[in-house]
Design a binder for this molecule. Structure first.
Ligand SMILES: *Cc1c(COP(=O)(O)O)cnc(C)c1O
Length: 445
């Protein structure tokens, strides 16, 4: 009886024995699976990947693509890295997961030690989160609980700059850029926070007091209700790929101190060498009270993020009671083990010269686009290269053009951008840049 009404009781799926991706698989995908920011109807086709090695992704038809995206900032050491593979295999034979409530384990402790050692004092307390968005939620909650513990419960709003991206969960979304973010779909539901203009001083320019006029006036008027300022240091990522002057952060830190407001840095995209410094905060020598890391943390192998805070923040909260967050998969041992291996590779220091080489070659390779009438701006910082077009690119048309040239580049809106794995060779970088020049930097695209 139950059998006939229970879909699980009669669960039978069609699965071919091979791991090959068939047309049926792709048809199933296109009608049954959500991909990031897509509809399930009239969806453009996805490219099936069957392998990865170094900077190359292998498609099911045998083509290899040079990955210009590091799978969204993550795969800094490339795919199928022997040391990362080994770290996972060793851990999987011990245990893959265990709850972190009441229990602890070496992979978590080792990784926390590394994070504390590589971030500046006094960022000495680590909260392991399961994705970047969650790390941001945790940071916001920490700031709110901190002020409750300080008996100033009115301080519960965030202040941020426009053009930011902090993730897709509600709390994170609520501080994303209010226009190009996702606010309008969820208006009335999202927490209301405060925005000032994005930093007007670009990277390489000096930042004057007038650039913080709006933030200063806002904090002067409203600091009694502001828990924290949250910002992506130096590079605004998915909100616009915009690089601003590190001086802005110095002056912002001073404002936060003056008005008794915590400072949260989101280094989820910028962390672990991407901007040419291990963390973007090092461009400014500014230390936040709370800092989020994610993305490249595991070398792109598994989902893991962390929120670090100063001992002052963790102690202040803890003297009043527990911090109220605890994901099921907190400090997943597999993810921690592979993260440790990834940080070990970074610690050997080759990333610095690799990122420098990438910066130089991206500059030479992409700058010629700047003179094209369709291009608004070209900018490069560390291992990040951006060609900003005047109009949004036509993805349906442009994506196959990149693939035809053997490169994986995934623009959004007006932004064609790359952040390749640090291990990319000069030859592959040339192919990447010439592919972009070829496809994007022609007239009439
Ligand atoms: C990607 C990103 C996030 C969100 O991370 P997820 O792992 O996708 O949840 C948050 N902040 C910044 C700056 C990011 O680039």
């Amino acid at each position: 009886m139950l059998e006939s009404i229970s879909p699980t009781g009669s669960w039978r799926e069609e699965r071919l024995l091979s791991t090959e991706i068939t047309q049926q698989d792709l048809d199933f995908d296109s009608t049954h699976i959500w991909h990031p920011y897509t509809a399930t109807v009239n969806r453009p086709p996805m490219y099936p990947v069957i392998g990865g090695e170094g900077v190359r992704l292998t498609l099911s038809d045998g083509r290899a693509l040079i990955d210009g995206m590091s799978s969204w900032w993550c795969t800094v050491h490339g795919y199928n890295h022997p040391r990362l593979n080994a770290a996972l295999k060793t851990q999987v034979d011990q245990f893959s997961h265990v709850m972190f409530g009441g229990l602890t384990h070496k992979p978590g402790i080792t990784l926390a030690r590394q994070l504390v050692a590589m971030t500046p004092e006094p960022l000495n307390t680590v909260f392991f989160a399961d994705s970047g968005s969650v790390a941001v939620e945790v940071a916001i909650k920490m700031a709110m609980q901190y002020w409750q513990a300080r008996k100033q419960p009115r301080k519960r709003k965030m202040l941020t700059v426009r053009g930011g991206y902090f993730g897709d969960t509600s709390g994170a979304m609520s501080v994303c850029d209010p226009e190009n973010g996702m606010h309008h779909w969820f208006s009335g539901i999202l927490p209301q926070h405060h925005f000032v203009h994005r930093p007007g001083c670009r990277f390489g320019e000096s930042c004057e007091d007038q650039h913080l006029y709006e933030a200063r006036t806002f904090l002067a008027d409203h600091h009694q209700t502001i828990a924290a300022v949250i910002i992506e240091p130096v590079v605004q990522g998915a909100g616009g790929m915009y690089f601003y002057s590190p001086d802005y952060l110095v002056k912002l830190r001073a404002l936060c101190d003056q008005y008794g407001v915590l400072l949260i840095h989101d280094e989820i995209a910028t962390g672990f060498g991407r901007t040419g410094q291990l963390f973007a905060l090092e461009h400014a020598n500014v230390i936040p009270d709370i800092m989020c890391v994610g993305k490249a943390l595991t070398g792109g192998y598994m989902t893991l993020a962390a929120t670090l805070c100063s001992e002052h923040v963790s102690t202040t909260i803890s003297e009043q009671g527990p911090f109220m967050h605890g994901p099921t998969f907190m400090a997943n041992p597999l993810a921690c083990a592979v993260a440790t291996a990834s940080l070990d590779i970074l610690q050997e220091g080759h990333w610095r010269s690799q990122v420098q080489m990438i910066e130089q070659m991206l500059t030479e390779g992409l700058m010629p686009c700047a003179s094209m009438p369709t291009v608004a701006d070209v900018r490069v910082l560390g291992a990040i290269g951006v060609v900003e077009m005047k109009k949004a690119v036509d993805m349906q048309q442009i994506q196959p053009e990149f693939v035809k040239r053997g490169i994986w580049v995934r623009p959004f809106g007006k932004l064609v951008y790359v952040m390749p794995p640090y291990i990319i060779s000069p030859d592959d970088l040339n192919t990447l840049c010439s592919g972009i020049r070829d496809v994007v930097c022609r007239q009439n695209v």
